[in-house]
Ligand binder design. Sequence first.
Ligand code: AMP
Ligand code: TRP
Length: 332
Amino acid sequence: MNRIFSGVQPTGNLHLGNYLGAIRNWVRLQADYDCIFCVVDMHAITLWQDPAQLRAHVREVAAAFIASGIDPEKHILFNQSMVPAHAELAWIFNCVARMGWLNRMTQFKDKAGKNRENASVGLFAYPNLMAADILLYKATHVPVGEDQKQHLELTRDVAQKFNNDYKVDFFPIVEPLIFGAATRVMSLRDGSKKMSKSDESDYSRINMTDDADAIALKIRKAKTDPEPLPESTAGLERRPEAANLIGIYAGLSDSGVDEVCRRFAGSPFSEFKKELADLAVAVLSPIQDEMRRLMKDQTQIDSVLRQGAERAAAVAAPIVREVKEIVGYLRP
Ligand code: AMP
Ligand code: TRP
């Protein structure tokens, strides 16, 4: 069976974009793949994190996954730092990947900003740790957002160079699974910007932890234009805010944008927003209730993550053993 690996950073403020663009797709992949989902706390500390916050965010993300329908019994859900082999393989990849490759990574340039000399070495080597995450389990498919495509290319280069350097046919060449722009959720305040956890306005996003009143208020205040809903997708051209709200409705109701347009054609946005708020609350509130329940019992989440880590480590063990043999480490 093909194996999926994907990671998400425990940086908190999970929002509707994360749900419709990532988590929900992952939930669906469980039917066709053997899945490993990882909360990547080691990636998170490439930028300084408050330790108490980091722990809380790891648990929050794990709770969101389970509440959304990730099955930690059939598949594997764990956090990265509990499986030391991630760091071991990342070191080997630090010695395989070339400086020139990493120098081309646009995410490093974005995150390091102007003062590159002051960025952590970890931030620079970040893609090698990501390659290690994936190849540690010989995953074949990796669902990610568009922004991670370059890192997956690097993962393929690392696998290929390792195979060449050591004259082995060991690591697979992974395939990205990119979910289309159709699932891109935009800011509620500005239809040209992605809904993002780092937007300074909380009104720009629907957080997974927002209650029904907050969701309704944010949708009511969402930016639109004065026109009513069009009859078809064609009528959404140059109307990014209208397209976004209709897209969210389509996403939440699992229908097409055209279908939503046909249903609400001619309605004013004030009416449509009420329908959208009801739908958002109906879809999200059972997930949120379950998240709250899970987060109340820290020991339960921690034990799910620990068991996941044990099972992940067992999958990785023979692979790491073989890598060490290939590289020429003495057996401990
Ligand atoms: P991030 O929150 O940027 O770390 O992203 C975590 C996951 O959620 C990635 O797979 C992203 O592609 C996805 N994601 C983040 N923001 C959005 C958005 N506004 N619309 C759709 N998907 C998103
Ligand atoms: N870099 C990814 C992100 O920021 C998270 C990540 C870490 C990841 N390791 C991974 C994604 C392995 C897929 C596979 O979204």
